[in-house]
Design a protein around this ligand. Structure first.
Ligand code: 13P
Length: 248
């Protein structure tokens, strides 16, 4: 099956609202491509102006985080209904920065995946190993465990609409990209795990991205691999280079 490519920017904690609108305007003509899903995952405060700035273009808007309750006494949090009403379509869940810096574990991440689907948001579920696990040679077991925990109780029909991002932590923001063979090895394994957990049709439908120092120079090579359906891009999503990745 031909899966539709999805190139998503993860802006992380960058860009004030005014800067966000400026970046949208800079990228507007560069990211035009009707054959690719293009997503900007932006800081919560940038969502409203970015939704406005990309109106009438092919760009969809994503959020970087949310909490699993709809409303209530959860100081500092933002809910799925809030994101939906603001025009958000995608939601990043389980990014290594949320796991490592903010202590999110697989139980919360699993609850977030289920809540996102129940709320009509499309999750981009991140997984990936540390340098220590890569060196120890146990990275495959680690990632398999993440996928199984994070998708516990998630249905096949939901997984068909899921995006999984394989992001080796040692490649994030370091300039050290996984080779296309290293990335393909893990993305292929993730698809096989989905096949074992669900069925062949679900494994065929789920879209798997690579993330970690992806840039205009290495995107085409990474995206040429059978099991890499897109990219989740940090640093390079804040620059005109992002247009070259979309069109790689
Ligand atoms: P970089 O592209 O900056 O390495 O970040 C990758 C990432 O974490 C995307 O979610």
């Amino acid at each position: 099956m031909a899966r539709r490519r999805i190139i998503a920017g993860n802006w992380k904690m960058n860009k004030t609202p005014a800067e966000a609108v400026e970046l949208c305007n800079t990228l507007k003509d560069l990211v035009k491509n009707d054959n690719v899903d293009v997503v900007y995952c932006v800081p919560a405060i940038d969502i409203v102006p970015v939704v406005e700035a990309v109106k009438g273009t092919n760009v969809k808007v994503g959020a970087e985080n949310f909490y699993i309750e709809d409303k209530g006494a959860f100081t500092g949090e933002i809910s799925a209904p809030m994101l939906k009403e603001a025009g958000v379509e995608y939601i990043i869940i389980g990014h290594s920065e949320r796991r490592d810096i903010f202590g999110e574990n697989d139980i919360l991440i699993n609850a977030k995946v289920k809540k996102a689907f129940a709320s009509g948001l499309k999750p981009i579920l991140c997984c990936g190993e540390s340098l220590a696990l890569r060196k120890a040679g146990t990275y495959k077991e680690w990632i398999a465990r993440q996928i199984k925990w994070d998708l516990d109780g998630v249905t096949a029909d939901q997984v068909k609409n899921l995006v999984i991002a394989y992001e080796p932590i040692w490649a994030i923001g370091t300039g050290e990209t996984a080779t296309s063979d290293q990335a393909e090895e893990v993305c292929k394994m993730i698809r096989e795990i989905i096949g074992q957990m669900y069925d062949a049709a679900t494994a065929d439908a789920v879209r798997i991205q690579y993330g970690g120092s992806m840039n205009a120079g290495n995107a085409a090579e990474l995206l040429s691999k059978d099991n890499i359906d897109g990219g989740l891009i940090g640093g390079a999503s804040l620059k005109p280079d992002f247009g070259q990745i979309v069109n790689a």
